[in-house]
Design a protein around this ligand. Structure first.
Ligand code: DGL
Length: 269
């Protein structure tokens, strides 16, 4: 069974890494829409169109399970995609608010996420269901995903130094990484937050959820296909460094600026 994963860029590789930690045998197609990165500040309708177009293309290449390896995509597109592609099974991400609520002793949780994730219904529902009594201090982390994407360590450090200390000062003793790019900066985050602050990355839980959706267990031949709407050589270079694996990539422009006639009118098939 072939699994499709997608994100705006390299961030979803933190989810792929968690999947490969559990099952290397799976056949995987990972797509990065780097031409449109960052996704976080874009309007929901545009993001839904991109997610629909990418899902249709992954399905056309034989993927039967689709992992939205992106909190932003999950926040705006997970429910519509389930309606649009009933033949596929989807795994989405939600900020790890529930485990954070169980873990915090101070009752204050810091949430790092993109603007679209913070504005989304999914977060509001998760909060209401699992953490109504918890104070959440959030930050839309302007520019952080791009800095991680481009491997700009200096900018990552500067952004984190302005995002994290105010959360700690407000009493946060748990930080939730609400964007799949952020685990690639977890060492810097831990350094700034200090030893008394727990850091939650939802990708292991997402990988476990994917495995639960494989009724016969993980099967395949370990095929890995990577595509990007950006520069494939640069993607391959950065992805192999982040995964510690050899990566080659092709260029695919699946997500387009043209509006589809309706949500389902993109490149279905
Ligand atoms: N990695 C993404 C997420 O999980 C999106 C980052 C972006 O493109 O803004 O939200």
């Amino acid at each position: 069974m072939k699994i499709g994963l997608f994100d705006s860029g390299l961030g979803g590789l933190s989810v792929l890494r968690a999947v490969l930690d559990r099952a290397t045998i799976l056949d995987i197609h990972y797509h990065a829409d780097q031409a449109h990165l960052p996704w976080g500040p874009r309007p929901p309708a545009e993001l839904r169109r991109y997610c629909s177009q990418i899902t249709a293309a992954l399905a056309a290449r034989g993927c039967e399970r689709i992992v939205l390896a992106c909190n932003t995509a999950s926040a705006v597109a997970l429910q519509p995609l389930r309606g649009q592609f009933p033949e596929l099974q989807f795994v989405g991400m939600e900020p790890a608010i529930k485990p954070a609520a169980n873990l915090t002793r101070s009752g204050v949780v810091g949430l790092l996420a993109t603007p679209a994730t913070l504005a989304g219904e999914l977060l509001a529902q998760t909060r209401a269901r699992h953490a109504p009594h918890i104070q959440i201090v959030s930050d839309p982390c302007d520019g952080l995903a791009e800095a991680i994407e481009h491997g700009d360590q200096q900018r990552v450090q500067t952004r984190l130094e302005s995002i994290i200390p105010p959360m700690i000062q407000q009493g946060a003793d748990v930080l939730v990484l609400g964007c799949t790019h952020y685990p690639f900066a977890s060492a810097a985050i831990a350094d700034i937050a200090g030893p008394d602050v727990a850091i939650l990355d939802p990708s292991p839980a997402v990988a476990s959820q994917l495995l639960r959706l494989l009724p016969a267990g993980p099967t395949g031949s370990g095929e890995r296909v990577y595509s990007t709407s950006g520069d494939p050589a640069e993607f391959a270079r950065r992805a192999s460094a982040l995964l510690g694996l050899p990566v080659t990539a092709t260029q695919e422009h699946w997500a387009t600026q043209e509006a589809a006639s309706d949500f389902g009118g993109a490149t279905r098939g």
